[in-house]
Design a protein around this ligand. Structure first.
Ligand code: FMN
Length: 193
């Protein structure tokens, strides 16, 4: 791959949201496995490989939908919104696969927690780019039950670990268009003398 092709891949990556996915089309598990292998090639401090993935597909999507909507209902209290509940029930079923993104805190306490989170974030970017390269769509969501302590065990996570959200993957029915970024001049200071 030339640098120009790589630039194009990175800059054409767009989040594709659940309503833009083709709910009826399944992505081959073999492709999802390749995408996950790419995820694990992310940099990680101290070679701790702190990622932990739970992949939902087929009937598993309904299990995720039921789990997250019911937990939301139980814990939302007076903040309960019917629309949020409905989205948590329905959105997973619009994807082919949903990957719960976990950070498993490593035993090496010399590595600050934030660095394990950063490593998992790098892994998620690998997922984003791989999904783009395979011509699929998807996005990272931190909505719903992401930051609920009570959600962790369902995803194989313990108290010291963190749930960092969900990556939806599917075939694209309605591609995302556009995408804008500020110029690097606004975000960069060069010190060269
Ligand atoms: C940590 C993180 C959390 C995100 N959570 C959500 C979310 O909960 N809901 C959502 O619609 N998009 C979420 N996104 C996706 C962003 O909306 C998306 O990246 C942004 O709109 C820029 O669009 P692009 O990905 O096409 O460049 C999240 C992205 C990141 C990096």
């Amino acid at each position: 791959m030339s640098p120009e092709q790589f630039n194009t891949l990175i800059r054409s990556r767009r989040s594709v949201f659940p309503d833009q996915l083709d709910a009826g089309k399944i992505v081959d598990d073999a492709i999802i496995k390749e995408i996950l292998i790419n995820a694990t090639w992310a940099p990680n401090h101290g070679k701790q490989e702190p990622w932990h993935f739970t992949v939902f597909s087929g009937e598993g999507l309904q299990k995720l939908a039921t789990f997250q909507s019911e937990l939301y209902k139980q814990e939302a209290g007076e903040n309960f919104k019917e629309i949020t509940f409905a989205k948590l029930q329905q959105n997973p079923l619009k994807a082919s696969h949903v990957i719960a993104i976990g950070m498993k805190r490593t035993s090496n306490k010399n590595i600050p927690e934030i660095e394990d989170i950063e490593a998992v974030s790098c892994a998620v970017q690998n997922i984003y780019l791989s999904v783009t390269a395979y011509g699929l769509g998807g996005y990272w969501t931190t909505g719903g039950v992401t930051y609920k302590e009570s959600a962790k065990s369902f995803f194989g996570l313990e108290e010291v670990d963190k749930l960092l959200g969900f990556f939806y993957i599917g075939q694209v029915a309605l591609p995302s268009t556009g995408g804008t970024r500020k110029s690097i001049e606004e975000k960069t200071i060069w010190i060269n003398e």
